[in-house]
Design a protein around this ligand. Structure first.
Ligand code: ADP
Length: 170
């Protein structure tokens, strides 16, 4: 219920972003460390790989932590024991791209275009908890920042989710 309310609040523009210069580390590291115990319980390696010279982005850090939480939580949820989840970032044209890569079950090509839709879940029967709203919320938050979000995947091999954020210009 909380997620439905939140999505409708975001969609109707009732959640104004508080944009400021932020480091990618402050967006990425707190949610990753919060999820580390869960990764350890799943016997997963969870690594963060950020270039030292990443420029700051223009961001509402709290909102974007929610996006990272969702992506990393999904990566953990859909990766069998012994696998890896890796978070990385790189500078692009006027933006930073943050990626969350896993060695999990992957997403069938037919479902991939639909996973950012509200309530969409790949396999309802087997799906492990969750509402199917997380990625819809993540997409709204990233787009409100002027960024893009997307995913690539190979069934049985793993998935990579990435989103971009505009650089904070001096
Ligand atoms: P939830 O995780 O609550 O079901 P999301 O909107 O976060 O909802 O994700 C939608 C669906 O996309 C998931 O139910 C799952 O089928 C698929 N999915 C998301 N992330 C991954 C991932 N890393 N690996 C495999 N499937 C994924």
């Amino acid at each position: 219920v909380q997620e439905i309310l939140e999505l409708s609040r975001i969609e109707s523009g009732q959640v104004p972003l508080r944009l400021r210069r932020a480091s990618v580390a402050e967006v990425v590291l707190p949610p990753v460390e919060r999820l580390r115990p869960q990764a350890e319980r799943g016997n997963l390696s969870l690594t963060v790989d950020l270039p030292v010279d990443l420029p700051p982005v223009l961001a509402d850090a709290e909102r974007l932590q929610q996006v990272v939480t969702n992506l990393v939580h999904n990566a953990i949820k859909f990766t069998p024991p012994g696998g890896c989840v890796r978070i990385s970032a790189q500078v692009g044209q006027g933006e930073v791209v943050i990626s969350v890569q896993d060695t999990g079950i992957g997403i069938p090509a037919a479902d991939l275009p639909r996973i950012f839709e509200r309530f969409y879940k790949v396999d309802r029967a087997r799906s492990r908890g969750g509402t199917g709203l997380g990625l819809a919320i993540a997409k709204h938050i990233v787009q409100a920042h002027g960024g893009r979000i997307g995913a690539e995947s190979r069934e049985g091999k793993g998935s990579t989710f990435h989103f971009s954020l505009p650089l904070a210009l001096a």
